[in-house]
Design a protein around this ligand. Structure first.
Ligand code: SAH
Ligand code: TYD
Ligand code: ZN
Length: 408
């Protein structure tokens, strides 16, 4: 019998389907010489036999992950900047055209989306518990509340600023285990015809692409149209639209409205049918995914060990949160990958969590170029490969591990 836990959405039984073992916090880069013990937990995934929600078996305390020095910057990719700016413009011409519209963003990070809203002079509020990134948003002219969004926050915002036309969250809702409190807050804060729009990595893409590194401490839920529909219905909301979006390796943007307020678009039924067709939430599918992940680990370690034995220089590109799962699950340390190149100031000159691979700057990547670069930021492959054409011209090769281990 596999391990079980209680579903954070419906209290049903969650059955474990994959165990990544002992893992550190994915964004806790270690300062050299810092001898404090790192935080470890057991990273494992399960699916709920009642509502089908795929979720982590163990929860990490939120303050351990999201704090003053949380290093992730939303503006770190040009492609993502454009993505958020375009969505902001879309909100401005669709949902935010009333007399005095109001939009609230959960997890606004460095303000990449809300900056456009602020510049348009539209009332907005970012709710962002990580102080350092919240300060960056404020410096862009964005109104920020340094706080965790939950029911009490929502009640307070509604009392002070009135109902919201849009509540938006990108790559944030899936980070929040306490969903009952969040959705209670959303129903209190939304105006009668308001929408709650959120986008997160899609289980359909994760399973189809074997992108197991989407699984780490911060990603607690792995949504599907099916599980989101049920989660909405349990909390007075309704799933009224879905849109597959080509960011971070495949996400879905879900739109929820208060129950009965809007007519669901045909896209909802279409995605539900697509998921049923693929038996997405079924154990056999998830267990097959687990078997593929184990194979990827074997293949990746074998390739890296072979390159080391041949005397090739291998570095990694992008000190992603995702890579904490790859390095710790596969046992990849500085003996196999000499350093990780990353543009984020708060990650540079630190060590990767758990496996302690040094993080260096893009200048180090080019000086001189390595023989191989293991692309941890594979979700930004197009952008990165285009900008690193010189690496390729110098004979460099990229190593990818999703959907399988291959060299390009
Ligand atoms: N929306 C950005 C940032 C995603 S990172 C993007 O898509 O790039 C996730 C963010 O959620 C972090 O900045 C973290 O501090 C924030 N967060 C975590 N829990 C939260 C909560 N309860 N309410 C609001 N933000 C939260
Ligand atoms: P990302 O894949 O967006 O998210 P996560 O950390 O949640 O897995 O992280 C991309 C990382 O790669 C981030 O640390 C910035 C870095 N990066 C570069 O170093 N160079 C680049 O050109 C891009 C696009 C990202
Ligand atoms: Zn459930």
């Amino acid at each position: 019998m596999s391990a079980t836990s209680r579903c954070r959405i419906c209290d049903g039984t969650v059955h474990e389907f994959f165990d990544f073992g002992r893992q550190p916090l994915s964004d806790a880069f270690v300062a050299p010489g810092d001898s404090r013990e790192e935080f470890f937990f057991r990273l494992a995934t399960g699916s709920c036999e009642s509502c089908t929600m795929v979720q982590l078996m163990e929860e990490v305390p939120r303050e351990a992950m999201f704090h003053e020095s949380y290093p992730y910057l939303s503006s770190g990719s040009a492609f993502m900047r454009t993505h958020f700016e375009e969505l902001a413009k879309r909100f401005l011409t669709t949902e935010l055209t009333g007399a005095d519209p109001f939009i609230v963003e959960l997890g606004c990070n460095d303000g990449v989306m809300l900056k456009v809203i602020a510049e348009a002079g539209v009332r907005h509020l970012g709710v962002e518990p990580s102080g350092g990134v919240a300060d960056l948003a404020a410096a862009k002219g964005v109104q920020v509340r340094k706080d965790f969004f939950e029911e009490s926050t929502a009640t307070d915002i509604r009392a002070k600023q009135g109902p919201a036309d849009v509540i938006y969250a990108a790559n944030t809702l899936c980070h929040i285990p306490y969903m009952g409190s969040i959705l209670a807050g959303v129903t209190k804060l939304l105006g009668p015809n308001g929408v709650f729009v959120f986008e997160d990595p899609y289980l359909g893409d994760i399973v189809e692409r074997n992108s197991f590194d989407q699984i780490y401490d911060e990603h607690f839920y792995f949504f599907t149209a099916r599980s989101v529909q049920e989660m909405a219905a349990r909390n007075g909301l309704e799933l009224v639209d879905v849109e597959r979006i080509p960011v971070h390796g495949g996400e879905v943007r879900y739109t929820l409205a208060l129950r009965g307020a809007r007519t669901p678009s045909p896209a909802v039924a279409e995605l539900l049918a697509w998921e049923a067709d693929r038996s997405l939430a079924e154990r056999a599918t998830l267990e097959k995914f687990g078997a593929n992940v184990t194979q990827i680990r074997t293949d990746l370690i074998e390739l890296l060990a072979k390159l080391r034995d041949e005397g090739k220089k291998v570095v990694a590109y992008g000190a992603t949160a995702k890579s904490a799962t790859v390095t710790n699950f596969c046992g990849i340390g500085p003996d196999l990958v000499s350093f990780i190149s990353d543009t984020t100031p708060a990650k540079q000159n630190r060590l990767s969590p758990g496996t302690h691979i040094p993080v260096r700057t893009p200048a180090d990547f080019a000086n001189p170029y390595p023989d191989y670069a293991l692309l941890f930021a594979w979700n930004h492959a197009e952008e990165i490969m285009a900008k690193e054409q010189d690496f390729r011209d110098a004979g460099g090769k990229w190593i990818l591990y999703v959907p399988d281990v291959h060299v390009v």
